[in-house]
Design a protein around this ligand. Sequence first.
Ligand code: F6P
Length: 340
Amino acid sequence: MRIGLLTSGGDCPGLNAVIRGAVLRGFAAGDHSFVGFLGGWRGATTGEHVVLDRPRIRGIAKHGGTILGSTRFNPFDNGGIERVRSNFAALGVDALIAIGGEGTLAAAQRLADGGIRIVGVPKTIDNDLNGTDYTFGFDTAVQIATEAMDRLRTTGDSHGRCMVAEVMGRHAGWIALHSGMAAGAHAILIPERRTTMTEITAWITDARARGKAPLVVVAEGFIPDQADDPHSERGLDAFGRPRLGGIGERLAPLIEAATGIETRATTLGHIQRGGTPSAFDRVLATRMGMAATEAVLRGDTGRMISLRGTELTTVPFAEALDELKTVPAERYAEAEVLFG
Ligand code: F6P
């Protein structure tokens, strides 16, 4: 068979490991070949591609980013299924492995409904896709954020300051919850939990009363007191979603005014998505890539690869798309025991 691959949406550490795993699994299974479409769905609709032979994928599992490039291009605004179909026919592509998040998988489902053979591989550092226990990239993002917070704590301690660390997490606070717990944060603020300034102030002053330099972790999608939406000051992205970021800087002066403690904010931003993937993510991503090729070869298409415990399986796209996997109230309550 000839199998196409694409990486689409925001990038994520581990994308290259998926590509390598998928291709090597195919080479091991028989006389199969692979092409990589460039720039996500853009390549699938314009036909821009590279042949994924052995030299091209050698040694890439440890590299961040994606050798295929990624965009938030929407195939249905740009010729849609007919252009994809005609490019596949011209290149002799029989099936596609689409590696991406919510938007990518939604497009994959529509193309699968239109008769194109597709397997999805779930990807997001936010870990907010349903239908899989974990997405690759999340572990790396948590590791990067935790290391940054450990550093913020030592400088906070030196100056007796309150440090606010802003992490990614548009709809779900998984990165904030895990990195905040790992770093011993005194408060964690996530999109799923409305938290008042009074609660935040109490946690910070409790920590200060014990001689600590308070650390507050806030997810970019946190909705502050008396606001209806997350903080956004940079317009919309290509999918028409508000670009988030800046809530940490907004909270810092409010915290300083409420507590009297000098406060500084740091936004980690895309540092969480860049660089080399953790060993856990390399292994998970490689296994997901291999599982995707196996699914294509046995005709199990129109589905997404899913991690259940330690085993990989496939689930319908709808399982990932019907609702997001947000932080349950009991997981937040568990972390809250450690606040203050
Ligand atoms: O979806 C993953 C994510 O990292 C979100 O947490 C964040 O809001 C968004 O991507 C940022 O995307 P961009 O790369 O377009 O700024």
